[in-house]
Structure formats: C-alpha cells, structure tokens
Design a protein around this ligand. Structure first.
Ligand code: ZN
Length: 153
C-alpha cells in the first residue's frame, strides 16, 4: 500500500467530473487500498478518488470506525428530509461549515468484488454519502455551505 497525496482546494481537478469504472481491475483494487491508507493517515471519514488525483467514480466512507464502505460507481437513488450540520473536507483543510443536506439517503454501488450493494444512511452517514458523491461531479461542500464556523486560533 502507498500513501497518496491529497489534492487541495484551488486545484482544477477537484472541479472535474469523474468517469465510471467499467471493469474492476487489479489497479482499481490497489487504488482502493491506497485510498484507505491515505484516508486513515489523514483521520478522514470519507475520500473520493479525485481527491488523490484519479478521475474515477470511486469513494470510501467510514464514519464509524471499522465500518468501511468502498463504493464503485455509487449513485443516490433516494433522498428525503433535510438536515443542517457541520462539515469539513480533507481537500479544504482548516475550513468547517454548516451545510444543508437530505436527512436520509439511499445509495447503490458496486463493491470490490463486483457485487451490487445498497447503503442507507441518516445523520452523519447521509451527509458523508452526499459529500463524497458530490466530489465525483466536481462539487465541494463549500458550494452548499450556509455559513462557516469560526475557528478559535
Ligand atoms: Zn471532501
């Protein structure tokens, strides 16, 4: 496994649309492993491939320690309600904002074994799903931030 460099806000790649994965090759499995190591090293609870400079539709989500979702070609198939809560991003260090997101979402995706899976989430998990999937379409949480949180320094 290898630690990858996390791309920061201002890099134009973060505004690009990621391409779907057509076949799960050993290279994609290595990407998943490297993304996991990179996310853990950065203490993140989510990471999209574009954040390590790879424009493919792959995201990792781990809002609960040890419960890692590796999502290939994920899409949201259901959303309901509304929540406002705190959000940050490994690509936007030092910035935290209150965003508006659906209260509940359901996503479908392919896992590393090629199996079709469904993930339902509310609260933080719903926010993480929306946040990471936005990355695949070139969006950042700062696009949906209602107000920023003052950091004490
Ligand atoms: Zn992010």
């Amino acid at each position: 496994m290898a630690l990858l460099n996390i791309v920061k806000e201002g890099d134009p790649i973060l505004r690009k649309t990621s391409r779907p994965i057509e076949e799960i090759t050993p290279r994609i499995l290595t990407l998943l492993d490297d993304m996991k190591e990179t996310m853990h090293a950065a203490n993140g609870c989510g990471l999209a491939a574009v954040q390590v400079g790879v424009l493919r539709r792959v995201v990792l989500i781990e809002v609960e320690e040890g419960k890692l979702y590796e999502m290939i070609n994920p899409r949201i198939v259901f959303r309901a309600g509304r929540q406002e809560a705190e959000e940050g991003c490994l690509s936007v260090p030092g910035k935290w904002g209150i965003t508006a997101r659906p209260a509940r979402v359901t996503a479908r995706y392919t896992d590393r074994n090629g199996k079709e899976c469904e993930l339902r989430g509310d609260g933080l998990l719903a926010r993480a799903i929306c946040h990471e999937l936005d990355h695949l379409d070139g969006k950042l949480f700062t696009d949906v931030t209602l107000r920023y949180i003052e950091s004490e320094e």
